[in-house]
Design a binder for this molecule. Structure first.
Ligand code: PAF
Length: 284
């Protein structure tokens, strides 16, 4: 396994791999890898001849006042997870390597980014789309793997790839949860024991929504109200949003129909956690 810190070296490796007829698979990450990342890495290992994992805490996707400085980092751990899972190349550049001081070009998806997390985190998806496009340009993967926990991010990346004609297949894999149902996230690191218990309310609310839908509930408002009640029982929880939308367009509607994304963001103490499920509603 090689650890590469510069764009020039990364491009050289890509050039050599392509001229040997190799396909490249990429797993872009912010590091601090957990089992959710491992599932992406394992999938990517099978999908490409050369497997690249990027570890880059991208300053551009953190809004002012967010947790960029505090975001958990542990390179030694990340390297050992990658080594254990057959990663060929870790791309681990410094921010100065990725962004010139006078960097002034951004990728801005203008529709899907407006709602859900885009409302609370203005500029976040511009930061994500820009860094992902840069990684695609540097690494030229034929496949890139993302997690469904970041459902909106995955949709935006697919849209950017389509709109900018980038030659890469985007694979989105199911959310990995701990045994209590908590979606794995590097930000779970911020939770103390009580908060960890309270954080289960995201999954509980989503499970309740599933049950309501499968027992015939079709009124968006009623689903959201019952989910709110579950979350508001928890002392350290504060709802950012609960949204019920079309799973492709992210448009909300009063009645649930078709393929529906039920997504939420909840502050548990200082940690802002997100989670979602997709439910398919059979037309009668
Ligand atoms: O999902 C993430 O970890 C990040 O948003 C990503 C895709 C690596 C871009 O920095």
């Amino acid at each position: 396994m090689k650890i590469i810190n510069t764009i020039a070296e990364m491009k050289e490796i890509v050039r050599a791999a392509k001229s040997d007829g190799k396909n490249i698979a990429l797993v872009p990450t912010l590091g601090y890898l957990h089992e959710g990342h491992v599932s992406l890495i394992k999938h990517a290992r099978k999908a490409g001849d050369l497997l690249v994992v990027s570890l880059f805490v991208n300053p551009l996707q953190f809004c002012p006042g967010e947790d960029f400085e505090k975001y958990p980092r542990n390179e030694g751990w990340d390297h050992s997870v990658c080594r254990k899972n057959g990663v060929d190349i870790i791309f681990n550049p410094m921010p100065e390597e990725m962004f010139s001081v006078d960097h002034s070009t951004y990728v801005n998806e203008e529709s899907l980014s407006q709602s859900l997390c885009g409302k609370t985190r203005p500029g976040h998806f511009r930061g994500v789309a820009t860094i992902v496009a840069k990684l695609f340009n540097i690494i030229c993967p034929s496949v890139a793997v993302f997690g469904q926990k970041d459902a909106q991010q995955a949709l935006i990346i697919k849209r950017v790839v389509r709109d900018l004609n980038i030659d890469v297949e985007i694979v989105v894999l199911s959310t990995v949860r701990d045994q209590d149902g908590l979606a794995l996230s590097s930000r779970n690191e911020y939770l103390n024991i009580d908060e960890k218990q309270d954080a289960l309310c995201l999954h509980e609310a989503l499970s309740l929504a599933r049950i309501l839908v499968s027992s015939g509930e079709r009124e968006t408002k009623r689903v959201i109200k019952k989910m709110e009640a579950v979350i508001n029982q928890r002392k350290t929880a504060k709802i950012d949003y609960i949204k019920v939308t079309d799973s492709e367009t992210l448009h909300s509607s009063d009645q649930l129909k078709g393929s529906v994304l039920i997504a939420l963001a909840v502050y548990i103490g200082k940690a802002r956690l997100i989670d979602n499920v997709i439910v398919h509603i059979e037309e009668k």
